[in-house]
Design a protein around this ligand. Structure first.
Ligand code: NAP
Length: 639
């Protein structure tokens, strides 16, 4: 929706346009800002512009209007006095013209009051002479207050009956937050939620009603009306639970959608199911885009990290909207990129969540050691975590953990009142099965999932801790030194967690010929998402130079510097009977990956001994398979 507010100088285009922008959340532009400098100079000197001066200006404006329309719309203040000028700007059928009209004395009075404006009041007569009053558009008398004028225009615009750019199905936590983000960015939006009689009724219409400040938001409880309210081709974002709900929703939509319509699945669907859905929807002529969304409720409202994939042609149609609502990186670019074909967007979101699991568990382990190994109080831990953030370990998850350790309820620290039983679903477990399927070592991040499973067995743990008389013990050593070593152990664990996740991404990308760009993936994860961190900022460069953190020269030096602290803390923690699965697994994973001579020769000998599975030999460069008669050798060997 592009609204062009026209009128001679002094008619209030900027004031009314700005008010309309505030009310609709469409961005406001002043056509004067698009004049070439030669025109500005002429106008400042009081020299009227001729049509040859205006041509490049109007052409420039026309191309911007096209872009604004693609991105959801805009409000433009532009004198556009002659019909020929207006025709040049009518690049789209969705343009609405607002013509501000007023008597000469009112215009003169307003112009005389202006300060710091390059328009010479003497030019008013020539503008009034030039104005060719159109018969179309909304004509508004400017003698009223700007507030009254804009209210009148909004009523006449009848936004409720205009088609929406986009629709969202699923008004849960994420759907609602994303909806407000879209309309806050001036993107006309229709929202729909299913009706479950007696339980979930009028969810979408009530939501729109509660958010009347956003006139571009329209709620529907009826699917036909919802679909009817969308522009063609229809663009629909699903924010519903993964699995059967998505298939059922797609089946229902398929009956109503036509070729070229676009459905985006923004939920946490399993990527292999998304791969299948891209194909089934393609066969129906419908563009399907699996899209990872990260940032939780707050990110969805203020700017999430977005990972769209699937149909690239469809992506180009929704790209301007996604650009607007996404978080921005440190250079102001959207934390959103076309990830790749098929369900690659859901795949990287799955790995993102897996790294998130690993990071949460690693922080929990470090904090547990600080609290019960070093006997530090929650406020002390909060201060330590903030100092880590301020040093070189900045991350969203560390920051929120520092906040958590400050939160009190009465005399109690809230964290102490929270039951130590965490669940795991979807993305955590799927990452593990995907890693197994693709033969990718995944132990540190797998341990984070297993740790949650163990935690959820609270009553069994309580029973067993009594049977074993288990109790972790405090470390009786130098606290200051140990604090530093725990920090270093966590710092290395974090590098290893990321290497584990990225190695899975590389393997699956290669297997599917997705050609994923890991530097770009790191960039879109630097803001808006849960695993944003200073390390993620560094990974943009790391994956520009190499395909593994373990092959990156600077990171290798860092790992060498930190590994003694990781092994020391793992040893100390285990000796004092703490469960630190991700930290200990990270150390094992590191050594497992960098050790040249592993213990697997013994496994191969055992397999050949009991099952004649054969083995390859170090002294056979052609790597042929060999079998040994182990029982014969046993007889031959000295006792
Ligand atoms: P939510 O609050 O539980 O909302 C789910 C929405 O889906 C509700 O509007 C619900 O409607 C609707 N729904 C449930 N079953 C449905 C069905 N069978 N058919 C149609 N609609 C159905 O969930 P959410 O947190 O917004 O998450 C939505 C999706 O985003 C999920 O896939 C989730 O994994 C993913 N996600 C969540 C987060 C997060 O931090 N929460 C972050 C990224 C991605 P009713 O109100 O009628 O039940």
């Amino acid at each position: 929706m592009v609204i062009i507010v026209t009128g001679v100088s002094g008619s209030g285009k900027t004031t009314v346009g700005t008010l309309l922008s505030q009310k609709t959340h469409l961005p406001f532009f002043d056509a004067d800002d698009f004049h070439p400098s030669a025109n500005v100079k002429k106008m400042t000197q009081g020299i009227p512009l001729d049509d040859s001066d205006r041509m490049p200006w109007l052409e420039n404006l026309a191309s911007h209007i096209t872009e604004w329309e693609k991105g959801g719309g805009a409000i433009l203040a532009c004198s556009a006095l002659k019909e020929a000028y207006r025709q040049m700007l009518t690049v789209d059928k969705n343009i609405t013209w607002i013509h501000l009209k007023g008597e000469k004395p009112i215009l003169e009075e307003r112009l005389q009051k202006r300060e710091n404006h390059y328009m010479n009041p003497g030019l008013l007569d020539s503008q009034l002479d030039t104005w060719e009053e159109p018969e179309y558009g909304i004509h508004v008398d400017i003698s009223r207050s700007p507030e009254e004028i804009s209210k009148d225009i909004l009523t006449q615009l009848n936004i409720k009956h205009m088609k929406s750019k986009l629709g969202i199905i699923g008004m849960g936590v994420m759907g609602k937050s994303l909806a407000l983000n879209f309309v806050d960015n001036g993107i006309g939006l229709s929202v729909f939620n299913r009706t479950v009689p007696g339980k979930e009724e009028k969810v979408a219409t009530s939501f729109a009603e509660q958010n009347k400040d956003f006139p571009l938001l329209k709620g529907f409880d009826d699917m036909d009306e919802f679909l009817e309210s969308l522009e063609t081709p229809k663009k629909i974002l699903l924010m519903i639970p993964a699995g059967e709900a998505v298939d059922a929703q797609l089946d229902q939509l398929s009956e109503h959608l036509t070729g070229g319509d676009i459905v985006i699945d923004g939920g946490n669907s399993f990527f292999e199911e998304s791969n299948r859905r891209v194909e089934t929807m393609r066969a129906k002529g419908i563009h399907f885009m699996p899209m990872g969304v990260s940032g939780g409720e707050e990110g969805a409202r203020k700017g999430p990290s977005l990972m769209p994939s699937g149909n690239q042609e469809a992506f180009s149609q929704v790209e301007p909207f996604l650009q607007k609502i996404a978080a921005k990186d440190k250079n102001g670019d959207a934390c959103m990129t076309y990830v790749g074909p098929d369900g690659s967007g859901h795949f990287i979101k799955m790995v993102h969540n897996s790294i998130e699991y690993g990071e949460m568990q690693a922080i929990a382990e470090a904090v547990h050691l600080l609290r019960f190994g070093l006997k530090l109080s929650p406020p002390e831990i909060s201060r330590i975590l903030r100092s880590w953030v301020n040093d070189d370990l900045k991350s969203y998850l560390l920051e929120i953990t520092a906040d958590i350790y400050q939160a009190k309820e009465g005399d109690n620290f809230l964290v102490d009142l929270i039951l130590d039983a965490a669940g795991q679903k979807g993305t955590g477990g799927w990452s593990l099965s995907t890693a197994l399927k693709h033969h990718v070592p995944y132990s540190p991040l797998a341990e984070a999932v297993v740790a949650r499973q163990l935690s959820s067995r609270k009553s069994e743990r309580t029973e067993l801790s009594k049977i074993f008389g288990h109790r972790f013990r405090a470390f009786g050593e130098d606290k200051v030194l140990l604090m530093e070593r725990i920090k270093n152990a966590y710092a290395l664990c974090r590098i290893i967690n990321h290497e584990t996740g990225y190695s899975l991404m590389k393997e699956v990308s290669d297997a599917n010929n997705w050609n994923l760009n890991f530097s770009e993936i790191s960039r879109i994860w630097t803001n808006g998402c849960i695993i944003r961190s200073s390390l993620m900022e560094q990974l943009i460069q790391v994956f520009d130079e190499t395909d593994s953190l373990f092959k990156h020269k600077k990171t290798v030096s860092k790992i060498k510097e930190l590994k003694t602290d990781l092994t020391f803390i793992v040893g100390l923690g285990l000796q004092h009977e703490f469960a630190i699965p991700v930290m200990s697994s990270a150390a094992n994973y590191l050594f497992g990956r960098i050790i040249e001579d592993s213990s697997a020769n013994i496994l191969q000998a055992q397999r050949d001994y009991f099952g004649a599975h054969q083995y390859q030999r170090k002294d056979d460069p052609s790597r042929n398979y060999h079998h040994t008669d182990w029982l014969f050798l046993k007889k031959q060997s000295p006792k």
